[in-house]
Design a protein around this ligand. Structure first.
Ligand SMILES: *Cc1c(COP(=O)(O)O)cnc(C)c1O
Length: 234
């Protein structure tokens, strides 16, 4: 019989705690974002009842249906953002990890309802400099971040990356170390902003990410099991 979601979840939390010990970091310094894309609401509710508070989604329509059923969870948008979809994102999420254009940030700020706290945002970095991937280059980050930090209804919190998969711990650490250094430069560029977040590390490389300073790890497969993408919008 396959492990239950709760067993898998506890295993992931143990891995995070162990990785924090190895990195000599306090376990509270890393948050677990449960990436629930393509997974049914029942699985998400089960985890929420077990104490998980934050969920990450990539596909807007699917996410909105889940948010309506579980409005008290903290919802993070982590997928690609088309500019005609910014309004429902601004209205329904607490966090957005995947800002890859200034225009998207401007629209999210303009469309964030005034009765909600500022949308917490991260800039996506194409840290492995892959031509086909979304995200700013490290150089662009330092140019664009001051403009984004001025937008009234956003709070710029830091950076997110999805590096190229690598097999060994040593290889996995390299892009994460580059992210750590980039966050430090960003903090020096914007000393009066609460820039404190590095969203990096997934099921296969969370240990290396935590070693290099991740403060949010985004875990899907190792909690919910493999994803089935048949009949999926994108
Ligand atoms: C799907 C996804 C994840 C989770 O990846 P797993 O390997 O399943 O843990 C994390 N981050 C982003 C941006 C994703 O799209």
């Amino acid at each position: 019989m396959p492990d239950s979601i709760i067993t898998r979840y506890e295993n992931v939390k143990n891995r995070i705690n162990q990785a924090c010990l190895n990195a000599e970091r306090p376990p509270e310094s890393v948050r677990l974002l449960a990436v629930s894309k393509t997974k049914p609401i029942e699985d998400i509710q089960e985890l929420a009842q077990h104490g998980q508070s934050a969920f990450g989604e990539n596909y807007l329509q699917e996410a909105l249906e889940k948010i309506a059923l579980l409005p008290n969870a903290e919802w993070h948008f982590i997928g690609p953002i088309q500019s005609n979809k910014t309004k429902p994102i601004a209205e329904n999420f607490q966090w957005v990890h995947s800002i890859d254009r200034l225009k998207i940030a401007q629209r999210l700020s303009a469309q964030r309802p005034e009765n909600l706290p500022p949308l917490q945002v991260l800039l996506e970095v194409n840290i492995s400099q892959e031509p086909s991937k979304a995200g700013f280059t490290p150089h662009e980050i330092l140019e664009i971040a001051p403009q984004i930090s001025e937008l009234p209804n956003l709070q710029l919190r830091g950076l997110m990356a999805i590096p190229q998969p690598a097999k060994t711990f040593e290889e996995q650490k390299k892009p994460f170390a580059a992210m750590r250094q980039l966050l430090q430069k960003l903090q020096e560029t914007l000393p009066n902003h609460s820039i404190d977040t590095l969203s990096m590390g997934m099921s296969g490389d969370l240990e290396a990410a935590i070693y290099e300073g991740a403060t949010i790890v985004r875990i899907g497969t190792d909690i919910f099991g493999a994803r089935d993408y048949s009949n999926k919008e994108s």
